[in-house]
Design a protein around this ligand. Structure first.
Ligand code: ZN
Length: 384
C-alpha cells in the first residue's frame, strides 16, 4: 500500500513545534524512518545564550550516491489563533485543503519526502541502490545556530558524505511546478554612522549637522545599481531600512545620524569586494567628511548550483508531474541551502509559498500527492 503523505502531513501539523520546541515532530519522523529500516540519530546542539535545539539525521544504505532530503520541522508562531479558520495545530482538512502552521513551510514537504522515500524503498526491495538520507533540523525559523549548520558539521565529522541534496522549502509562488531555487543571494547588514557637532539650530555655522552629510552619503550609496546582475542572478540591491537621529528637540542640531541598510547581493563580487565598493561610494558622497560603516557579521554569501544533470533530472520530474517547466531561480530570502552548499550541490523544491508564515497557512491535499509523485520520480531516476 502506498504511503499517505496527507496523513503524514496531518500528523506532523498536530505537533506544536514552534522554534525551539520539538513538539513531537522529530519523534514522529524518527519512528516512521526507523520502521522502514533507516538508522536514525537524534542530536541536540547548544550554544551559550541560545535555546538547545533537537535535530535528526537518518540514513538507509551505506553506498554512494547519497541523496539527502533536507528540511526543518520547526515553525513560526501562529499569531492570534482566534483569527485562524481552523486551529493552527488541529490538522483539519476542509474541502481538500489541509490547514495548519507549517502546512507549506515546511512540514507538508517533509511528509512528501517521507512518503516518496518509503514508496521507493517498498518498490525496490527495501534498500536504495546508494543511500537516502534525511537531514532535518528544529532550528531554521529562528536564529538557526543550533540547526543545519551544526548538523552538517556533525555528520561530516562522522564520515558522512553527501552527493546531492533537495531542500523542501516552499519554492513555488503560485502553482506547484513554478520554480526551483538553484541558489540564493547573499545578505549583508550595515550601519552608516555620521558624527557631527551638536549646536543651536539658529547658529548652524557653530555646529556641524550630520543630517546634511548622511543624506549626501546615502544618496551616493543608492545612486547607481551595484552591478547589472549575472547569468543566474538579478542585480545586487542596497536598501536603507531606517534613518535615525533620535532627536526630540526642534531647535537642536543633533550630534549624530545613523542609517541602517541591507544588501542582497549576487555572485558578481565577493562579500569583501562588495563592502569595499559600498565604502568607496560613501567616501565619494561624504566629500571628505567623517563617517564610518559598521558591518554586521554575515553567514549568508551568494551561491548557485550550476544547472547540469541533477538540476535537469529534478526539473524533468517536476515538468512530467505538473505539466509546468519550472523556472530556475535565485530569488527570495536566505535558507539553510546556504550551509548545505558547502557539502554538496543543493536545490530547493517544495510546495507553494503564498500562505507561509500567515494566518490560515494551508496546502491543497492534491499538491501533497503531486509533490510526493515528483520526489518519487526523482528517487527512481536518481537510483536507476
Ligand atoms: Zn522554511
Amino acid at each position: 500500500m502506498a504511503a499517505d503523505p496527507v496523513a503524514f502531513a496531518r500528523d506532523l501539523l498536530r505537533c506544536p513545534s514552534v522554534t525551539p520546541a520539538e513538539g513531537g515532530a522529530l519523534s514522529y519522523l524518527a519512528d516512521r524512518l526507523k520502521s522502514a529500516g533507516f538508522a536514525v540519530e537524534r542530536v541536540t546542539f547548544s550554544e551559550p545564550g541560545t535555546d538547545d535545539v533537537e535535530n535528526l539525521y537518518a540514513r538507509i544504505g551505506t553506498g554512494r550516491p547519497n541523496l539527502v532530503f533536507a528540511g526543518h520541522t520547526d515553525v513560526v508562531a501562529p499569531g492570534d489563533e482566534a483569527r485562524w479558520t481552523h486551529g493552527p495545530f488541529a490538522g483539519d482538512i476542509d474541502n481538500g485543503v489541509l490547514y495548519g502552521r507549517g502546512a507549506v513551510d515546511m512540514k507538508g514537504a517533509i511528509a512528501c519526502q517521507l512518503a516518496a522515500a518509503l514508496d521507493h524503498l517498498a518498490a525496490n526491495g527495501g534498500r536504495p541502490k546508494g543511500s537516502i538520507s534525511f537531514l532535518i533540523t528544529g532550528d531554521e525559523e529562528s536564529i538557526a545556530v543550533n540547526g543545519t549548520v551544526k548538523l552538517l558539521a556533525w555528520a561530516a565529522a562522522r564520515g558522512e558524505a553527501f552527493d546531492h541534496c533537495i531542500l523542501g522549502e516552499p519554492s513555488n509562488h503560485d502553482d506547484l511546478g513554478d520554480m526551483i531555487k538553484i541558489g540564493r543571494r547573499g545578505s549583508l547588514n550595515g550601519t552608516l554612522i555620521v558624527e557631527g557637532r551638536q549646536g543651536h539650530v539658529a547658529y548652524p555655522n557653530l555646529a556641524d549637522n550630520p543630517v546634511r552629510r548622511i543624506v549626501a552619503i546615502m544618496s551616493a550609496m543608492m545612486a547607481e545599481p551595484l552591478d547589472s546582475g549575472s547569468a543566474h542572478f538579478d542585480p545586487s540591491n542596497l536598501e536603507f531600512t531606517s534613518v535615525d537621529v533620535g532627536n526630540k528637540t526642534v531647535n537642536v542640531i543633533p550630534a549624530e545620524a545613523r542609517g541602517r541598510f541591507n544588501i542582497r547581493f549576487n555572485d558578481v563580487r565577493s562579500r569583501d569586494a562588495l563592502k569595499a565598493e559600498v565604502e568607496a561610494r560613501a567616501h565619494a558622497g561624504a566629500g571628505g567628511g567623517r563617517f564610518r560603516i559598521d558591518w554586521e557579521p554575515s553567514n549568508a554569501d551568494a551561491f548557485v548550483t550550476t544547472p547540469g544533470p541533477f538540476v535537469e533530472l529534478v526539473a524533468d520530474a517536476v515538468a512530467e508531474v505538473t505539466g509546468r517547466r519550472p523556472k530556475l531561480s535565485t530569488t527570495g530570502g536566505t535558507s539553510d541551502a546556504r550551509f548545505i552548499r558547502n557539502y554538496c550541490p543543493v536545490l530547493e523544491f517544495g510546495l507553494v509559498n503564498r500562505t507561509m508564515h500567515g494566518i490560515d497557512e494551508r496546502v491543497a491535499t492534491a499538491d501533497l500527492v503531486a509533490l510526493t509523485a515528483i520526489y518519487r520520480r526523482i528517487l527512481d531516476r536518481y537510483f536507476a
